[in-house]
Write a protein that binds this ligand. Structure first.
Ligand code: MG
Length: 392
């Protein structure tokens, strides 16, 4: 049978709201939108108003949210000739997430700032294309319950979780034996603890396979990213953390795998390009032609696998230990990590200072069982305050 180029059959699902449009996932989402001919009904960014103006002129959204109030005022002047509503702050971000026409909300903001807008969009029954893993790490139980209650689909954009989601299509979740999350190993794979004591942000930002934002690049260097992804998978797939394995796979071709009860393992593969999971989350259950290169097996004579090195990358161990604790512990882990990565990027904390800060926050801040959303937000704030206070 000849391959026929498959266009996206849009129906009513052709309009997206995009939270975090100027970041790495945001700009790649707009690449996908351009290619699929999607409408974009809202855009949002923190303060990069130059890029946001270009995006606004191209996609003509009805609402644009600029988180910083000062930047929002400047932005309003810049787009004075356009028919666009400019909003700001957390209320503005929530308004952008709830934009009337949006069928799918792509949550590409970084950090716990994504939590409330995501919950607001869930309450309206919109599809969530979830790229903001911190939302599930902090408040996974709460978010998944809310999605169930409102009949809302959460489709992962994180490449590993998109892979798992795809490996699960047509299968019974009851037949899952283990989830196998692959990890590239990051820029410091194969290095020792001693060699990394003086690792700098510049060294940590050089990821071998993926081009990503700064926060996630540092999380990839410490392997905290993989730990956060295990917690994300716990909630997305309602599975115990002891049934999630992490395997280092430096080529980043297999994006994750599911081992079923009969020991059959199903893997999802592609070139490492985030536009594929982004597109799939928008078009699911359809598959359409994409701008991603075909996988050329002649280029990859071997695919390799190794076990993670928990001594050199203690953040991964810490995250796996925390993954099994229900309550606010994961919110503390995540919040402390966010602050510690910020301090590391500013040169105020060493590479292993990230691990030490997160570990100290976890032992200092008590776990609240059955937390409300306010408890979760408070745990996040307390963890960040704790880490910043240690350095000031
Ligand atoms: Mg990932």
């Amino acid at each position: 049978m000849k391959h026929v180029k498959q266009e996206f059959n849009k129906d009513s699902s052709d309009c997206i709201a995009l939270l975090g449009s100027t970041g790495s996932i945001g700009t790649q989402t707009l690449d996908v939108a351009r290619r699929l001919g999607l409408r974009v009904c809202s855009l949002s960014a923190n303060a990069n108003i130059k890029k946001l103006e270009e995006q606004t002129r191209e996609f003509r959204p009805a609402i644009v949210s600029v988180f910083s109030q000062e930047a929002a005022r400047d932005f309003k002047v810049r787009v004075g000739d356009l028919d666009v509503q400019v909003v700001s702050g957390m209320d503005g971000l929530i308004e952008a997430a709830c934009a009337d026409d949006a069928h799918t909300v792509v949550t590409a903001v970084v950090g716990t700032i994504g939590l409330l807008p995501t919950l607001a969009a869930i309450a309206l029954g919109k599809r969530i294309a979830l790229a903001n893993k911190e939302t599930l790490v902090c408040a996974g139980e709460y978010v998944m319950n809310s999605a169930k209650e409102h009949g809302c689909e959460i489709i992962p954009v994180d490449s590993e979780h998109s892979a798992l989601f795809q490996c699960l299509c047509g299968e019974n979740p009851k037949d899952i034996k283990n989830l196998i999350l692959t990890a590239s190993g990051g820029p410091f794979r194969g290095m020792t603890h001693n060699a990394l004591i003086n690792a700098t942000p510049e060294m940590a930002l050089r990821h071998p396979n993926w081009s990503m934002g700064k926060k996630i690049s540092i999380d990839s260097a410490t392997l905290m990213n993989k730990g956060l992804e295990v917690i994300e998978a716990v909630h997305l797939f309602a599975i115990n953390p002891d049934r999630i394995k992490v395997v280092i796979h430096p080529e980043s071709i297999i994006h994750s795998m599911i081992e079923y009860t009969d020991n059959s393992v199903i893997a999802q593969m592609s070139e490492p390009d985030m536009r594929l999971p982004i597109q799939y989350a928008i078009t699911y259950p359809q598959r359409c032609s994409s701008q991603i290169s075909e996988l050329d097996f002649s280029k990859y004579s071997s695919l390799t696998f190794e076990s993670p090195d928990f001594e050199t990358f203690p953040c991964l161990r810490l995250a796996l230990q925390t993954a099994g604790i229900s309550g606010t512990a994961c919110a503390v882990l995540n919040g402390a990590n966010e602050a510690a990565v910020d301090l590391f990027l500013q040169g105020k904390l060493g590479f292993y200072g990230i691990f030490e800060s997160v570990q100290a926050a976890l032992s200092h801040i008590g776990n609240v069982v059955n937390p409300s959303i306010d408890d979760i937000i408070e745990a996040d704030r307390a963890a960040k305050d704790f880490v910043y206070m240690q350095k000031n």
